[in-house]
Design a binder for this molecule. Sequence first.
Ligand SMILES: [Zn+2]
Length: 271
Amino acid sequence: MNHFTHERVTHNVTKIEDYNVYTLLIEGEDRAVLLDTGLGIGNLREYVEKLTDKPITVYLTHAHGDHTFGVGWWDEAYLNEDDFHLFQNVEPKDRIASIKRLTGKDDIKVEDLAPKFTGKLIPYHDGDIIDLGGTTLEVVEIPGHTPGCSMFLMKEDRIMIYGDAVGRKSGLWSDGTASQLVAALEHLQEYDDQYDRIFRFHHGLEWPKGFDKEVLECARNIVNHTDAHMRVPFSNFEEVYSASIVDLNDPELSRVDGKIGNVLYLPKNAK
Ligand SMILES: [Zn+2]
């Protein structure tokens, strides 16, 4: 049984909710893109194919499991080449533990999970243009959260899909570093006059513009060793630090100064 829900959020974007993560169906006049494939619990392909009659191409914003575990329902998917080494192409039974950790749910059944991906992974790169007919996407590579983590600019709609690249945590828990994030966010500033709205994939779709500059400040502080360097409990990581002072009583670890953008990082990525 499917647990997915969906909501049309603009004339061409449908948000599909998969427990605590979103995937977006973006439809042009000729074709559609599915951005991310969620946790892979239940048949996402069957679900989205009922939402549109246009041919769907799958793009993955980055390689983390909560965005890619559903990809096995498809024969091919696009992923930034710099994330290929992080892509976990594993049997359903080997995903159970991560899915439980990511969702907090104990009743995940192997038979409900997407099959192992046996298709083709196709690389995309910074600056690639995806023409859906009247809706054009541009890839904006923002390494840090993962080395190939990418945003997608909906050019006509002036929406930047941030995904997980930058946010309240901007977690550096793969092999992306703080200095990579600084360079990436400087690159993002070049797009500042091309979008008015921001979509993210966790804890609410739409976010106010401007917190990327707070994240940039945090990332610069980490590189210069002038950040708050506050140890915080996070997921199953042994040692995680926050660049800004956060409220430890808040499960979302919000900043105490009321700002949004922050960086959480592993010691090895603080360079
Ligand atoms: Zn992620």
